[in-house]
Design a protein around this ligand. Structure first.
Ligand SMILES: [Zn+2]
Length: 437
């Protein structure tokens, strides 16, 4: 992992006191950012009893004055509110309002999907879900700066029609949105030497964002930027994540450093038919990868807890050779490993620093995830074989089935004819590429 992403990792790892079991469902991007699948977000913790259970076992709750009931609800976690929405008809409306308004949770969507027009077929999550969402995080990737504001010959052009498309799709798909944060998790190119923290491209993008929506930019920046850093080595710079808010007159103010909000992955759509069956493989593969990346920060925590927990306090030396690190308190190792060894992190063999009893647990978990990945690969291979080895008639049949679904199934509408749909083109490309490749 590159040094600029260590700040993300520091926000993802868990610190003592550890009150919960290891989170085996941890999802993390390759840039160290945590992603929380919706089902985990609303899942009751194993250590804290869930409030709705109390409602049924505590009949006096419903006899409390309504104002008091609502006051109690306002202290409830997202998971509890979600449960209340499903068990109590009297509190459903109030719980629902609080659940969707939670200022700490943002539901994630890709900028590219919005730039492409926000068509139902271009997204793997459940579209009706989006109608309720009030806080949206737009994942803004490298390359999107030059998409919306290309700089041929170093002079910036603004592709206004593309920016308008993004915000039009955004408003259409999230009609109840109140807040948006654009997540730009990469440094603006150092040779630009811009003075403003929020890059020019992002500022232009936000100029078209509806004013009624509270707008934030969550950026990666140097802790202490100095002028003339043009040639300095990125590995000796210190990086941080900062949240900037747009206020009147397009003025940007830093309102927080570090990550304060959770990024939630929306529930997946129902993948059915030939198109859904194929697309499901892509989205499933992405989620599995996030879980594999999550194993590394999880292993750091596991090692820390191996030496320091409620009963044990056992000092230990850094398991990386040639490192003099020595840890006498819970949490020291986690911080040290994140700051000093994130660059040693590799996808394979990274559990060799763990003692045997932990190593086998992590290797087993990794094997399980790889087993699921193999299953995805097998499913894909099956389709490729069908396409390539069962004759022209079979290909025509698959094509007919795809065309029929693309023409009639709104869930896979891409705003184009079935034959011009990107989904169909990508499917054929993959079938053909693998045959030749
Ligand atoms: Zn070390």
């Amino acid at each position: 992992m590159f040094p600029e992403y260590i700040c993300n990792l520091l926000a993802t790892v868990r610190y003592p006191p550890w009150t919960k079991e290891l989170n085996w469902g941890l999802h993390m991007t390759m840039y160290g950012e945590e992603r929380i699948p919706f089902h985990s977000y609303v899942q009751p913790g194993t250590t804290s009893p869930c409030f709705p259970g109390y409602i049924s076992s505590m009949p006096q709750f419903s006899t409390l004055p309504v104002e008091l009931q609502l006051r109690i609800l306002s202290f409830c976690s997202a998971c509890t509110l979600f449960q209340v929405m499903h068990v109590s008809s009297t509190l459903r409306i109030e719980a629902s309002k609080l659940f969707w308004a939670n200022p700490d949770a943002y539901f994630q969507v890709e900028a590219q999907w919005l730039l492409d027009g926000g068509h139902p077929g271009g997204i793997g999550c459940d579209l009706p879900f989006l109608l309720h969402v009030q806080n949206v995080e737009i994942e803004y990737h490298r390359g999107q700066d030059s998409q919306i504001c290309p700089r041929p010959d170093e002079v910036m052009e603004v592709r206004q029609e593309l920016i308008t498309t993004l915000w039009r799709s955004f408003k259409k798909r999230f009609p109840n949105v109140k807040r948006v944060v654009v997540n730009k998790n990469w440094p603006t190119r150092p040779w630009r030497n811009e003075i403003e923290s929020v890059s020019q491209e992002l500022q232009i993008l936000f100029q078209y964002c509806p004013l009624a929506v509270e707008a934030f930019a969550f950026i990666l920046e140097e802790e202490n930027p100095t002028m003339g850093t043009r040639n300095s080595d990125p590995s000796i710079k210190k990086w941080q994540r900062s949240l900037y808010r747009r206020s009147a007159g397009d003025v940007w103010t830093r309102v927080a450093t570090g990550r304060r909000h959770k990024t939630i992955l929306m529930p997946m759509k129902h993948f059915h038919g030939p198109v859904g069956g194929f697309e499901r493989l892509k989205y499933k593969g992405e989620r599995l990868l996030l879980q594999k990346y999550g194993l590394w920060p999880l292993s750091l925590e596991a090692l820390d807890r191996h030496y320091f927990n409620n009963e044990k306090h056992k000092s230990f030396s850094c398991p990386y050779s040639d490192c003099g690190g020595y840890f006498e308190k819970a949490g020291e190792w986690t911080v040290h490993a994140t700051k000093s060894h994130a660059m040693d992190w590799r996808m394979g063999g990274r559990f060799c620093i763990l003692p045997d009893e932990l190593r086998v647990v992590f290797e087993e978990r990794e094997r399980v995830l790889e087993g699921h990945e193999k299953e995805v690969g097998t499913q894909l291979r099956k389709r490729i074989n069908e396409w390539n080895e069962e004759g022209v008639e079979k290909q025509r049949q698959i094509e007919r089935e795809w065309m029929e679904q693309l023409e009639n199934d709104e869930a896979w509408n891409m705003g184009k004819t079935a034959r011009e749909s990107r989904l169909w083109r990508e499917f054929v490309e993959q079938m053909e590429f693998t045959r030749h490749g």
